[in-house]
Design a protein around this ligand. Structure first.
Ligand code: NAG
Ligand code: NAG
Ligand code: NAG
Ligand code: NAG
Ligand code: NAG
Length: 436
């Protein structure tokens, strides 16, 4: 034992010192090679290294010897993210560690056997999650459980009679007394996305903030974003006004991401929704989206427009047609990044697209799309972290818009998430009250 630990610490030390030497060399080289590129630090780096402090607070945190198990998380990335956060908050309420849930790699709504379970830590960083969310919620591994034979089943009711109040009292009942003594509680029934929502938007946002993609997936997102920026630089290089005043370099062109929902199944769904809700600001066709994006106040052109679209639209070249001069539309295929996506199952592809939209300088989505809503929520968090005072003001960084609602000058409506809402439902399942 002693020998091996000595050996280990010996190698650790030499590895650490080698790393230090390497780091110093890299820093010196960087200073020598890139003395005149201040733009890089301002734009590219700030995307990657904005600082997040772990959610430390004064309580002793979540119990590490009591666990909660939830059913597999299913459907789209956004459904799975919400389900995950809801499972975490349920576990928090029971003061239990949530055993790392299984996600679904493929997108099926009915064929349960085709869902392809994939472990949480194949998509998100497990340790980092617990570090960032320390004291708030906690994830565990099945190997942490001592006695796997004795599990308390907690059945979620369903139907009309299973009200928010009944759900809440079930949770309270399970958080004390003899029920609470069980090491493991397993929830059975519907998947967490469909559970009642008892938590404020802010709590969901805290959980989302702790979700960092694995290094591999994050690198793929970096590759896509650098492709977009490279295309932008090339275009900027061909136009005169791209030179900075000292003529030294061109800054990477900012880009706009548009989450464009115009595929036929969405159109059918949203038309139904419009009839049911008796309103007409849900479905925007391509023409309306193009017009609203063109009219964004203060948008500097030329600008690269990244189209986040459903796969079935990738073969439809018409989505690239009709954009005004100065708005340069690209999707995965035209960018030449579809090969990156093709390597992965649905869930990872969607996670990459989500990340690209998150990092876009400007985001435009549909306020009735949960995917768009979650992106705006995280972008709003990012603005708050950067101490932006007037989230709806002009010239803020990371602005978002809803193209389905008309705003200033026939552009899209500015959109931020109202972090004071008392539940996620009010912001995530479609609304045209978007706070700006
Ligand atoms: C969870 O339980 C621990 C130990 O009983 C306690 O110290 C902690 O405050 C509890 N946390 C919450 C969030 O209730
Ligand atoms: C696990 O719990 C069961 C039921 O309470 C008990 O019979 C068994 O001895 C326990 N096993 C261990 C390893 O503690
Ligand atoms: C696009 O079309 C090509 C050939 O026409 C086909 O092989 C491919 O599967 C299509 N992709 C999608 C996403 O429909
Ligand atoms: C391409 O998309 C447009 C809508 O943007 C739609 O009208 C057209 O039918 C689609 N074409 C094909 C071949 O799917
Ligand atoms: C945000 O939500 C709170 C709580 O529902 C509400 O009182 C407030 O008016 C909302 N703010 C805006 C700007 O919509």
């Amino acid at each position: 034992m002693e020998l091996s630990s000595k050996f280990l610490s010996g190698t650790m030390n030499s590895v650490t010192s080698k790393c230090m030497v390497l780091l110093v060399i890299v820093l010196i080289l960087r200073a020598l090679l890139f003395p005149s590129f201040p733009g890089f630090d301002g734009i590219e780096w700030s995307n990657l290294v904005y600082i997040r402090t772990p959610l430390l607070n004064f309580d002793l945190g979540i119990r590490r010897d009591k666990f909660l198990v939830v059913p597999q998380l299913v459907w789209g990335l956004n459904n799975q993210k919400i389900a995950f956060a809801r499972a975490c908050l349920t576990a928090k309420m029971l003061n239990r560690t949530l055993l790392m849930p299984s996600l679904s790699a493929s997108l099926f709504y009915k064929e349960i056997d085709l869902l392809q379970p994939i472990s949480f830590d194949k998509i998100f960083q497990f340790e980092k999650f617990n570090t960032l969310c320390h004291g708030f919620v906690r994830l565990g591994r099945y190997s942490d459980v001592l006695n796997r034979t004795e599990v308390l089943i907690m059945e979620k009711g369903s139907g009309r009679r299973w009200t928010v109040e009944r759900d809440l009292s079930q949770l309270k009942e399970h958080s004390k007394g003899p029920l609470d003594d069980h090491e493991v509680i397993r929830i059975v029934g519907k998947n967490p996305f469909l559970w009642h929502d008892h938590w404020p938007v802010n709590d969901y946002a805290k959980v989302f903030e702790c979700l960092d993609l694995t290094e591999e997936i994050s690198k793929e997102a970096d590759r896509v974003v650098s492709r977009i920026r490279a295309v932008g630089r090339k275009i900027a290089g061909n136009t005169e006004n791209s030179m900075t005043s000292d003529g030294s370099s061109f800054q990477p062109l900012p880009f706009v991401a548009v989450h464009m929902r115009i595929e036929i199944d969405w159109m059918i769904h949203c038309k139904k929704l419009e009839r049911r809700l008796k309103m007409n600001q849900i479905c925007s066709d391509k023409k309306e989206i193009l017009e609203r994006v063109r009219n964004i106040v203060g948008l500097k052109t030329p600008v690269v427009v990244y189209l986040a679209v459903a796969d079935k639209l990738l073969n439809n070249s018409s989505i690239l047609d009709g954009w005004e001069e100065g708005l340069l539309p690209f999707e995965k295929k035209k960018l030449g990044v579809d090969e990156i996506y093709k390597k992965y199952p649905y869930l990872i592809q969607s996670a990459i697209d989500y990340e690209v939209c998150l990092r876009a300088d400007t985001f435009v989505g549909n306020s009735f799309s949960t995917f768009s809503s979650l992106i705006v929520l995280e972008r709003t968090q990012k603005m708050i972290r950067m101490k932006t005072t007037n989230l709806c003001g002009e010239n803020v960084r990371w602005p978002s818009y809803a193209y389905n609602i008309p705003g200033e000058a026939n552009g899209p409506m500015r959109w931020v998430t109202n972090m004071s809402e008392s539940n996620l439902q009010s912001i995530s399942y479609g609304t045209n009250h978007i706070s700006c």
